[in-house]
Design a protein around this ligand. Structure first.
Ligand code: BDR
Ligand code: CA
Length: 314
């Protein structure tokens, strides 16, 4: 079977880097058509450079990288250097990229590529605030019907939020963009923190990643060592979620996930709960089930697969 064609929209971010490396290490199943970047964990200039660093680390400078929106649709950008460090990829000493950014704006690239592709072929994976995709849907609403699926990391319900008591970071940064995508009618799969908190990356797994002896794997482990310093207040052991990689895991092995079709809305009006993904798990409202909600992962096979795939990179 031909590999599934995906576009990755991202704000790297150590866990974004894992998601990208995991995808690029799986060429039989996934073809990464392009990477678009957005302001999120750190400002856009850094996320764009970071995406180039990651494709070069994977030995795949042929994957084109496009810079997109520097700020959310309505609100001011909120960043997360307290998790990811000043560069967004603290922990690894990756060289400045030699591959240039594409000159086309990411939103134009998304519209052009989705309109040109056969209907139902492309999947968009969003690993950060959903600004670029929502802007592309605003600019060319016909892209909605052409997409196969949107698979996103963001939101959550049973675990509350990680940016506010009720909102996950990607949703909180650009709730209006997320609202637009969820209301668009595009098939959405959501890997929220309910799901990502069930696959915690352990120091022992990082040892195994290093033991592959491959540069990409070793640098990924270095990134993870920085990133896992954050979270002591929440997680009782040094194991940490590797949020965005759960999107790649779902594309490769969906049966590892507990999932349910639900109605999901994104709050954009209440100051207390803006960015909250309200998941109707029990279908009490009876409204259309617009989202495949991923609730948990079987962690051992997930980490085995990621080890194999990132460990296959140079
Ligand atoms: C999400 O926020 C970012 O900090 C991570 O990269 C991930 O996409 C987790 O809430
Ligand atoms: Ca991210």
């Amino acid at each position: 079977m031909a590999p599934r064609k995906i576009l990755i929209d991202t704000d790297p971010g150590q866990d974004d880097a894992f998601a990208i490396l995991f995808a690029l290490g799986s060429p039989a199943e996934l073809e990464v058509v392009g990477i678009t970047t957005v302001g999120g964990n750190v400002p856009l200039a850094l996320t764009a450079t970071n995406a180039l660093k990651v494709v070069e680390l994977a030995g795949r400078p042929d994957v084109p990288v496009y810079a997109g929106c520097p700020a959310p649709m309505v609100r001011k950008l909120i960043t997360a250097e307290y998790v990811h460090g000043e560069t967004g990829l603290d922990g690894a000493d990756l060289p400045e990229p030699v591959t240039p950014l594409q000159s086309e704006h990411a939103v134009n690239f998304l519209v052009r590529t989705i309109m040109d592709a056969p209907e139902g072929e492309l999947t968009v994976c969003t690993l950060g605030p959903m600004t670029n995709l929502a802007m592309a849907m605003t600019m060319e609403p016909r892209i909605v019907a052409r997409l196969r699926e949107v698979v996103l990391m963001g939101g959550g319900f049973f675990q509350g939020g990680n940016a506010t008591p009720t909102a996950e970071f990607n949703m909180f940064v650009d709730p209006h963009a997320a609202h637009k995508v969820f209301e668009s009618g595009v098939p959405v799969t959501m890997a929220g923190i309910d799901c990502t908190y069930t696959a915690l990356m352990t120091p022992q797994w990082l040892d195994a990643l290093r033991a592959t002896g491959r540069r990409a794997a070793i640098e990924a482990a270095n990134l993870a060592d920085f990133y896992r310093q954050y979270g002591d207040h929440k997680f009782p052991t040094p194991a940490r979620p590797i949020h965005d990689a759960c999107v790649t895991g779902y594309l490769l092995a969906p049966t590892l996930y507990e999932q349910r079709q639900c109605n999901v809305t994104v709050d954009i009006v209440s100051p207390e709960t803006i960015g909250m993904t309200v998941v109707d798990w029990w279908h009490v409202k009876g409204k259309p089930r617009n989202c495949n909600v991923l609730r948990s992962i079987d962690p051992d096979p997930f980490f085995e697969l990621m080890l194999e795939r990132i460990g296959s990179l140079p």
